[in-house]
Design a protein around this ligand. Structure first.
Ligand SMILES: Nc1ncnc2c1ncn2[C@@H]1O[C@H](COP(=O)(O)OP(=O)(O)O)[C@@H](O)[C@H]1O
Ligand SMILES: O=P(O)(O)OC[C@H](O)CO
Length: 514
């Protein structure tokens, strides 16, 4: 399915191009110096579900789409490579690929971050190596979400792969590495790098030293030969070779959620944003020291600009939000477009007593329960598809509330307002519900494409297109705000019912199945 458009608001050059290789689509956006969008091109790729819980992407299709959308955005902007000062990369995180460095061919489809096939392996590693060690060294709980166990699964399950990897013929990368390697020449001298934010999602990087952790590598069973070099998020890694942007510096890489934090200009400690796409991810800047979580959040790298010290973040990750809306559209056929869920949900006053907990990949933050599975509860004959649509939207808002509560406990910072972005924020009912459930204002910036914007900002800083982060902050403009309207009693009662529904998801998958 192709889905492309331009905004038609042309600024004056020069420009920065940002590539966002996301879970459902790849897009390229050209930005001007004021951080305004000049052109956009976007293309969806296939979601491959070989078995329940397994999710894969065809990395060759993704690279073809990336080239197509880059060309599309440049042509729509009516510019040439000479007008583009740098290319920034942002990407779906954790999605894991191994490819042959001599042929450039992936050895298997990429294993997507939502894929749960490594649950049993994680359990085994937990027993043998210990959960605490991973938390302490990498900031992450041992879960199938992250890249390291996926690499091990591929090495164990693709015939002959381990030997090829040990011979030095195989490269591992998350989508940033794959795109940068191809963009800078692939088999003809492509650079094999990743940035600190993406590396901090592998369970393999030591969060305190910003280096691959040799002890963890040997406990998981991953040869160091496959690993990319870890670099900062904003520096020139190499130059595009071939294609429409031939010769342009490739100057940033950030995982998409960290890019959104950057694009929302959350540069001060305590500033937070939440991005509503396939999943939802709330990140809070915690400054120069990693903050341990005791409430089910992740400690991760927020960004690192060149040779400056890294900035850390606390993160609450929710696996299923926008993808639940997609499921209602594609698997259930209850709506024809994602936007239609708002019309359907608005046709009723409330959820009619129904609660939908979309634990399709188990539950991520704050629970980290791979044994959970989705439930719709509170059903009576009164409930209609409109009530279910409402419960779908409420699920996103309640899950955010749970993360926000955990963040306050871990950081001591009370949420005074939440900056939001991502595809789901075009849903007004959802944004109002979010303000109601959080009991805090929700604000959306003028440029809702903060993921690409963050990558563009980082690339622009690396090549001196923008002087510093203060210049970027000046570009942030509020476009919309929703303030809470729900009374405290209703909020408390509904929250209690939601938490009861969450309990019902737990323990569905028996030990031997997971
Ligand atoms: N009006 C809407 N209401 C609810 N969900 C929406 C709406 N528009 C888009 N979405 C959801 O948002 C997601 C797309 O957002 P996007 O930020 O592009 O995601 P990603 O970067 O994860 O690919 C899809 O999962 C889609 O179902
Ligand atoms: O592609 P998105 O926007 O769904 O983001 C995916 C996240 O990076 C997964 O950690």
């Amino acid at each position: 399915m192709t889905d492309a458009h331009t905004t038609g608001t042309h600024g004056t050059g020069p420009f920065i191009a940002a590539i966002d290789q996301g879970t459902t689509s790849s897009r390229c956006i050209v930005f001007d110096k004021d951080g305004r969008i000049v052109s956009v091109d976007q293309k969806e790729h296939e979601q491959i579900f070989p078995k329940p819980g397994w999710v894969e992407h065809d990395a060759t299709e993704i690279w073809e789409n990336v080239q197509e959308v880059v060309a599309g955005a440049i042509v729509k902007a009516g510019i040439t490579s000479a007008d583009v000062k740098a290319i920034g990369i942002t990407n779906q995180r954790e999605t894991t690929l191994l490819w042959d460095k001599n042929t450039g061919e992936p050895v298997h489809n990429a294993l997507v971050w939502q894929d749960t096939r490594t649950d049993a392996l994680c359990k085994e590693l937990g027993r043998n190596v210990g959960q605490d060690r991973f938390r302490r060294e990498t900031g992450l709980p041992l879960a199938s979400y992250f890249a390291g166990p996926k690499v091990r699964w591929l090495l164990d399950n693709v015939e002959g792969l381990r030997e090829r990897a040990e011979r030095g013929d195989i490269l591992f990368g998350t989508m940033d590495s794959w795109v940068i390697w191809n963009l800078t020449g692939g088999t003809d001298g492509g650079v094999h790098v990743t940035d600190v934010t993406n590396a901090s999602r592998t369970l393999l990087m030591n969060l305190h030293r910003m280096e691959w952790d040799e002890k963890i590598l040997s406990s998981i069973g991953i040869p160091a030969e496959v690993l990319p070099e870890i670099r900062s998020s904003a520096e020139v890694y190499g130059h595009a070779k071939g294609g429409i942007l031939d010769g342009v510096p490739v100057a940033s890489a950030l995982g998409d959620q960290q890019a959104a934090l950057f694009g929302q200009t959350c540069f001060a400690e305590g500033e937070a944003k939440s991005t509503y796409g396939t999943g939802t991810f709330m990140l809070m800047n915690t400054g120069g020291t990693p903050v341990n979580s005791y409430n089910g959040l992740l400690t991760t790298v927020g960004y690192q600009i060149g040779d400056k010290p890294p900035v850390y973040a606390l993160e609450g990750s929710i696996a299923v939000t926008g993808s639940l809306v997609q499921w209602m559209r594609d698997q259930m056929g209850l709506i024809k477009s994602a936007a239609e869920i708002e019309t359907l949900a608005s046709s009723v006053e409330d959820n009619g007593g129904a609660y939908f907990v979309p634990a399709f990949s188990g539950l991520f933050a704050p629970y980290w329960r791979p044994d959970a599975r989705g439930v719709i509860t509170g059903l009576t004959r009164y409930v209609t598809k409109a009530h279910i649509a409402r419960a779908v939207l409420e699920a996103t808002a309640w899950q955010t509330r749970e993360i926000s509560d955990a963040m306050t406990k871990d950081s001591g910072v009370e949420l005074t307002a939440l900056k939001v972005d991502g595809g789901m924020t075009s849903n007004n009912l959802l944004m109002q519900t979010l303000a109601d459930f959080l009991d805090a204002p929700v604000v959306r910036p003028m440029v809702a494409e903060t993921t690409c914007l963050g990558a563009a900002y980082a690339a622009g800083l690396a090549v001196g297109f923008w002087p510093d982060t203060d210049a970027l902050r000046a570009n942030w403009r509020r476009a919309a705000e929703w303030t809470p309207r729900m009374d405290a009693d209703t909020r408390a009662r509904e929250y209690k019912s939601w938490l009861k529904a969450v309990e019902r998801t737990m323990g569905w998958v028996e030990d031997e199945e997971s």
